[in-house]
Design a protein around this ligand. Structure first.
Ligand SMILES: [Zn+2]
Length: 142
């Protein structure tokens, strides 16, 4: 791993079973394999790293994730091509997933092409293809 690269990502979900199916679906599309599974954690791994989900504290208020509150705003995964972005989009639609923004080119960087959707708890997810990544110029946003 390169210095400072993201090593793993650990998310908390309200319904572990439901989110397992959801994450397995799109992480599998992206080449992740499911690994360790306990009642406290489910793990996926690929050559790009590790993603885990864990159940929320049952005593926590049951509320959707708010990306405009302190914490995670959204999480983006890289695509190899625009066609992959379109393909995942179609699979998300077929599955009835709530799409935030359909595949389109965005002005953040030249050629930035992405789709955005919500996980079962309202966490915003993104699948993006950029011709040149990491950026050599400062992105406007992303
Ligand atoms: Zn983004």
């Amino acid at each position: 791993m390169e210095l400072g690269s993201i090593n793993h990502l650990a998310l908390t979900v309200s319904n572990l079973q439901y989110s397992e199916d959801f994450y397995n679906f799109f992480l599998g599309f992206m080449g992740y394999e499911q690994g360790e599974k306990t009642e406290h954690l489910i793990l996926w791994f690929s050559h790009n790293g590790v993603v885990t989900i864990s159940p929320a504290n049952p005593s926590s208020p049951n509320q959707n994730h708010d990306r405009y509150s302190p914490g995670l705003h959204h999480l983006a995964f890289s695509a190899d091509s625009r066609e992959q972005v379109d393909e995942l989009y179609q699979k998300l639609v077929d599955r009835g997933v709530e799409i935030l923004d359909t595949p389109a080119e965005y002005d953040y960087l030249p050629g930035y092409y992405a789709v955005y959707w919500l996980d079962p708890d309202g966490i915003k997810l993104e699948f993006v293809h950029t011709p040149n990544w990491p950026p050599t110029e400062h992105p406007d946003s992303c």
